[in-house]
Design a protein around this ligand. Structure first.
Ligand SMILES: [Ca+2]
Length: 290
């Protein structure tokens, strides 16, 4: 691709509110070396087959959300349970919910569990087998403390992995607010490389973020594909909501439909498998230098 074309695309991305991954200005990307972080929280999902998510780690949310999503998140072993083989399985099923939505599905949030877990900086990682199909929208992501900041996106959101439909690419980014009014939605991030054989839903993959006070880097299977830096976000007139005072809580869900993915069709059941969620925090001497 020519330099002019690259510049044009970069300009277009800025206009669209998408950050161009430009860590070069602040030095080369350096993910955390393993000894720079220490494990602080994890779920290996080793429960017996058919058992519920650990309530000390996850709240099975029961909620209807907007955006034309077609699922009701229910507390049901059919939509959220261990498989007995080391995985959590979130299943979307075509079955009318009590509120009249055409699908039921599962959503787990650590922030509303019996022992709410929030974390700042470090490494977040999950090994997952995502589904593909029209209208599927699996996600592993983080949300700030909703009880403290009952406003989206001022609460802050980090999407480690989102995939819609075919899963040919996956998405990662942040949602924040404009600095000017502390309210208007701004997002930064983009999509991963296209999977060489067609879909990231073809098997197990590991999605990760490395996060410190200067930015967040996304990777798949150990290969970094995007960095959104604090400097990029603030230079674009948006707030960096992802510092030490605003820890995030991990969430796993399998949404159906919505304005982004479009209405579901062509299937009656879809399974989103999660082998583990592991979170590390930096050792004091381990702050990444950019
Ligand atoms: Ca496991």
């Amino acid at each position: 691709m020519g330099k002019t074309m690259k510049r044009w695309i970069a300009a277009a991305m800025v206009l669209l509110g998408l950050a161009v991954a430009t860590p070069a200005a602040a030095g080369p990307f350096r993910p955390y070396e393993p000894w720079r972080v220490t494990p602080t929280w994890a779920d290996e999902f080793n429960g017996a087959a058919g058992t519920a998510p650990n309530p000390n780690k996850w709240k099975v949310e029961e909620i209807d959300l907007g955006d034309h999503e077609q699922q009701t998140y229910v507390n049901d072993r059919r939509t959220a349970a261990h498989d007995g083989a080391g995985n959590m399985v979130l299943t979307a099923i075509r079955e009318t919910s009590a509120s009249g939505r055409p699908y039921k599905s599962g959503r787990l949030s650590s922030g509303f569990s019996r022992s709410p877990f929030f974390s700042t900086y470090g490494r977040w990682e999950a090994r997952m087998k995502i589904p593909a199909g029209q209208g599927v929208w699996p996600a592993f992501w983080g949300l700030g403390d909703w009880n403290a900041v009952q406003h989206w996106p001022r609460v802050g959101e980090i999407d480690v992995m989102e995939s819609i439909n075919s899963g040919s690419v996956t998405h990662g980014g942040i949602h924040t607010v404009a600095a000017s009014d502390n309210s208007s939605h701004r997002n930064f991030g983009g999509q991963s490389a296209r999977h060489p054989s067609g879909s990231w839903a073809n098997g197990w993959h590991v999605w990760r973020i490395d996060w410190d006070s200067n930015g967040i880097t996304w990777s798949i299977d150990g290969a970094a594909w995007q960095t959104v830096s604090r400097a990029t976000v603030t230079a674009a007139g948006a707030k960096w909501l992802f510092d030490g005072t605003r820890p995030q809580a991990p969430i796993l869900n399998l949404a159906v439909g919505g304005d982004w993915a479009g209405p579901a069709s062509g299937w009656t059941s879809q399974r989103f498998l999660i082998d583990y969620v592991r979170i590390w925090t930096p050792r004091p001497e381990g702050v990444r230098k950019w």
